[in-house]
Design a protein around this ligand. Sequence first.
Ligand code: SF4
Ligand code: F3S
Length: 361
Amino acid sequence: MTAQKNVGSLLKQHGVSRRDLLKWCLATATTLALPISAGRAMAKSLEKATRPSVIWLSFQECTGCTESLTRAHAPTLEHLILEAISLDYHHTLQAASGEAAEKAREEAMQKGGYLLVVDGAIPMGNAGYSTIAGMSNHAMLMAAANQAAAVVAVGTCAAFGGLPMADPNPTGAVAIGTLIHEKPLVNIPGCPPMPQAIVGVVAHFLAFGKLPQLDHLHRPKAYYGETIHDRCYRRPFYDKGLFAETFDDEGARKGWCLFKLGCKGPTTYNACATLKWNGGVSFPIQSGHGCLGCSEPRFWDAGGFYHPLSAPIQPLGKVVPIAVATGAAVGTATALLNRHRYQQVVERYPTITPKDLEKSP
Ligand code: SF4
Ligand code: F3S
């Protein structure tokens, strides 16, 4: 990586104008539920920001998270990520290898105050299951976390254990949050996670020196505050009880709801239905396949991809009249709806405690 003074000069060097940066910051601030003024402040801070050091470690994973990141789009976000921030060490993307790569990691660690991005779970069954430069994944994680300003667990494997932790979990894999308790931690789950969420969190940290608002599972609320179902364009069919029964019946051709084909949208918190993938082109449900719940705890074991959730969640449109008829307020009706939804979440994800649910949005 070449040494540069600040993010603004690097972006300019790569043809990203101040206007492009402002546009991107305004869009990101809107997604982060920040006011327009914060978008402007973000652009100003980003432009002047000195490049922070970022160390990206990959453990038990499939490289899909890095693939997701390099598919990030405007404004030439590969530049934003790979050049504008100082990616001192990235197992997959760095040109260096062997001793030169490890030297870069050690030098970055000496500086301290860096953002530690981790993808993949940690195998705790045996230190020898996965090693890098002779170090176990666990030892490398703890050493790198020691001087980090914050830790970002990217992808469901890092955030919740994901596929490596799936039954029978032969390597004793655990999530990053199981091991890191002393540092600010943000989880960006998804298999893979949305690039906008990764870049949005990094940009927020870069611009404001802190992580965005997180929920009870350490996820940025801006990207994980609503379920796929809350924002799904097939929702009107769900509310009318119009469901595709097979992948090629008339209902499927008419774009009806995929709930009966196993869609986990009602219990999955992610922004796919609004931000979409591949530069806003589409997302799984728009392609005709139900949500697999890839960003939730216990993905893959809790998948049952083609088995529907136990029962359709009562549509709000039906709960409200019932509540009104019984003298309850609309707020109570919403609470009823949420309780019903959370019951389903508990059923799917028994590791979530009632306390977690109380704090749920
Ligand atoms: Fe969309 Fe799935 Fe909800 Fe149906 S169940 S409205 S397809 S998220
Ligand atoms: Fe994953 Fe569901 Fe989005 S499967 S990619 S959270 S629509």
